[in-house]
Ligand binder design. Structure first.
Ligand code: NAD
Length: 289
């Protein structure tokens, strides 16, 4: 397939490389020259603009920063510039409302479009082990599946347009709140005189067990190797967790849903990320306690 790939940053760079490995012809564009140089080394064909990258595409994949960028790039350079036969796939994490609006505009112009945000981080993007959560109709999902499977290990159809984004932000709402609870619990356990590896062994087999503790323990030297063992470098940045929590709070407000745990997690991550720790892994929140 000929694919136009826009946004070759931390995530998109690895994803485009995996499409090349799967035998696709990837025409890539990014505003950053460094990202384009890296894409070229991975076997992508570098385009001079988004319009050039998507001009004769069978599918377009975008991996951009936020909803405003996604709306602007689709509005100005993809819708009306890619062939209407091209399937449009947005993998960025953006707000549900923007995802639904862009998909509506695309459909009105004759395109099929899906939202397909991911979980799995930069390591998953490079290894091709991402989880895709997909919103869109059955037909578009069927066409997209082989492409998504070339970049990921798990591909799940969540429902209509926007439900991929809804699944992503609900997952990260749960993750942000569970990490905050895990951090405060471990800090309390230490102050109560518990050896943290012993507490880890107990809670991992008891009803407090959760992914933030067992798989991603925020304490160095306890449990499996995690970003905590690398001084909280790499992994999933606190600033991105804050972004996703804010998307979840905005969606909750639109839906009239009460999310007090999410509000508390957002306040904790805001103080931490905006206090100079935004680049550290989100498990570094334990420093707060
Ligand atoms: P990034 O900033 O590394 O990459 C975004 C890329 O988009 C950059 O290279 C930037 O130059 C490019 N870009 C911005 N505006 C553009 C435009 N108008 N035209 C062309 N290119 C443009 O970000 P990332 O970490 O790769 O994240 C991308 C998306 O994936 C975000 O929505 C993020 O929330 C989501 N995500 C990230 C992770 C993670 O661990 N990094 C995990 C899951 C999901």
């Amino acid at each position: 397939m000929r694919i136009g790939f826009i946004g070759l940053g931390n995530m998109g760079g690895g994803m485009a490389a995996n499409l090349v490995k799967a035998g696709h012809e990837v025409h890539a564009f990014d505003l950053s020259q460094a990202a384009l140089d890296h894409a070229h080394q991975s076997g992508c064909i570098v385009a001079a603009s988004t319009r050039e990258a998507v001009a004769q595409a069978d599918a377009v994949v975008t991996m951009l920063t936020n909803g405003a960028t996604v709306s602007a790039v689709y509005g100005a350079d993809i819708i009306g510039h890619a062939p209407t036969s091209a399937l449009l796939i947005d993998c960025s994490t953006i707000d549900v409302a923007a995802a639904r609006e862009v998909a509506r505009q695309a459909r009105e112009t004759g395109y099929a479009m899906i939202d397909a945000p991911v979980s799995g981080g930069i390591a998953g993007a490079q290894a091709g082990t991402l989880t895709f959560m997909v919103g869109g109709d059955e037909e578009a999902f069927a066409v997209a599946s082989p492409l998504l499977n070339a970049m990921g290990k798990t591909v799940i159809h969540a429902g209509d347009s926007g439900t991929g984004q809804a699944a992503k932000i609900c997952n990260n709402l749960l993750l942000g709140a569970s990490m905050a609870a895990t951090c405060e619990t471990l800090a309390l356990a230490a102050k109560l005189g518990l050896d943290l590896q012993t507490f880890f062994d107990i809670a991992s087999k008891a009803s407090g067990q959760c992914w933030s503790l067992t798989t991603y323990c925020p304490v160095p030297g306890v449990g499996p190797v995690t970003p905590a063992d690398r001084d909280y470098q790499g992994g999933f940045a606190s600033a991105l967790m804050l972004k996703d929590l804010r998307l979840a709070l905005a969606a909750a407000q639109d839906a009239g849903s009460s999310v007090p745990m999410g509000q508390k997690a957002e306040a904790l991550y805001a103080a931490f990320a905006e206090g100079g720790h935004g680049g550290e892994d989100f498990s570094a929140l334990i420093k707060t306690f």
